[in-house]
Design a protein around this ligand. Structure first.
Ligand code: NAD
Length: 356
């Protein structure tokens, strides 16, 4: 069997000489217990029969690399395609990640073209840039919108899930939806998935309870106008506001801590990457395993909470077919008003780039 694998690897190496990805490729293939795909497989085994995931990532900066590492360590990703405009970056990351092979399930990690991304079950877009000091949010929006638009056009006809994390993520979800022409359920923004995780952590730390037992959503924009929904928050089955000693007057301060969390981190280390890396990996894991989890992600809204024609986060059931069923959130008047404002702000931002 080993002889056969070595022969296959040598044949494969010749075929992929031009990509320069041989090193990454061989390390993984030699380490594999079972094959990985029809095209890049060790002979004889079709991994699509297990829950193997084939994922592409476009944009291999701080965020893209963290998503890649999280996918390899936390999910059944068996093929990871990486792409970046910076020459050599995707290849270098593939080589580096491949050296973790002895500690992981077998996987193929390699640089890939955008047209190869069409083979994936899901493609994550983390390409773009962060804001520079002194420039307006609109400048950043224009630049990232133009990148995401080009990527969406290259991914027209894609058969899997498109997940965008590039900021401003809600507006870019809408831009990607337009450019790719895919159905709304299959174009998902990471939205307030990360903000919800941050809020669960903040409340859990306040109460001395695991964040996993804190049930609370942050809805709306992944950004300044996000809405922390305290009115329906619970600790296990108990309403948060019924928790002994819970001080409602502190809710605004807790919401602000989450709202400004990214800025606090960026001021110290220049980017945020680990939590979004894990959040995105789990989004893909649950979606591709068709778990039908309720998650706060961004998608085009079609009437829930009175919102339509805007990409924004509400609770939505996510499975292999995408973010399919948006749930009507239970909101107090003030929360509903804040959500409406958040949607209006996003609608205007989208309007400023929609025409291209
Ligand atoms: N949604 C969230 O919760 C969340 C969290 C953190 C960061 N972000 C956003 O993610 C994005 C990436 O952040 P980062 O810190 O990784 O930035 P980064 O600058 O480190 O990486 C961006 C990468 O995209 C690449 N790129 C640019 N244009 C490209 C193109 N057309 N095709 C392929 N690659 C391209 C760049 O070469 C670079 O390697 C930013 O917009 C950031 O604001 C979102």
């Amino acid at each position: 069997m080993l002889k056969e694998r070595l022969k296959w690897t040598a044949r494969h190496a010749n075929r992929h000489k031009h990509t320069g990805s041989l090193l990454a490729h061989c390390n993984f293939v030699l380490g594999c217990e079972r094959s990985v795909t029809s095209k890049h497989a060790c002979p004889g085994i079709d991994v699509r029969k297990d829950s193997a995931m084939k994922v592409g990532i476009v944009g291999m900066g701080w965020v893209g690399t963290s998503i890649a590492a999280s996918l390899l360590t936390r999910t059944t990703t068996r093929e990871l395609y990486l792409s970046d405009v910076r020459p050599g970056l995707a290849e270098g990351e593939a080589m580096d990640l491949s050296h973790a092979a002895p500690f992981l399930r077998a996987a193929v990690v390699r640089p890939a073209t955008l047209s190869e991304m069409h083979e994936c079950d899901a493609v994550v877009i983390a390409a773009g840039r962060n804001g520079k000091p002194g420039e307006s949010r609109l400048d950043l929006l224009r630049d990232n919108a133009s990148i995401v638009r080009q990527l969406g056009e290259a991914l027209r006809g894609f058969g899997g899930l498109l997940v965008v994390v590039t900021n401003p993520v809600d507006v870019l979800t809408h831009v990607l939806l337009d450019a790719s022409g895919l159905p709304p359920a299959r174009v998902i923004g990471s939205g307030t998935l990360l903000d919800t995780a941050r809020m669960r952590h903040v409340i859990g730390t306040e109460l001395g309870v695991s964040p996993q037992s804190i049930h609370m959503n942050v809805l709306g924009e992944h950004g300044d106008s996000q809405v922390a929904v305290f009115s329906s928050a619970s600790v296990g089955t108990m309403r948060l506001r019924a928790w002994a000693g819970w001080d409602r007057s502190r809710e605004t301060a807790l919401a602000e801590r989450v709202r400004w969390a990214a800025r606090e981190i960026i001021a110290r280390k220049g980017a945020t990457n680990h939590a979004i890396g894990l959040a995105t990996a789990y989004l893909l894991k649950w979606a591709l395993a068709d778990e039908q989890r309720v998650l706060t992600v961004s998608r085009l809204q079609e009437g829930a909470a009175g919102l339509r024609d805007v990409c924004i986060s509400l609770p939505v059931i996510v499975g292999r077919a995408g973010a399919t069923q948006v749930l009507e959130p239970d909101l107090e008047d003030a929360e509903r008003a804040a959500l409406t404002c958040s949607a209006e702000l996003l609608r205007r931002a989208y309007g400023s780039v929609a025409a291209g």
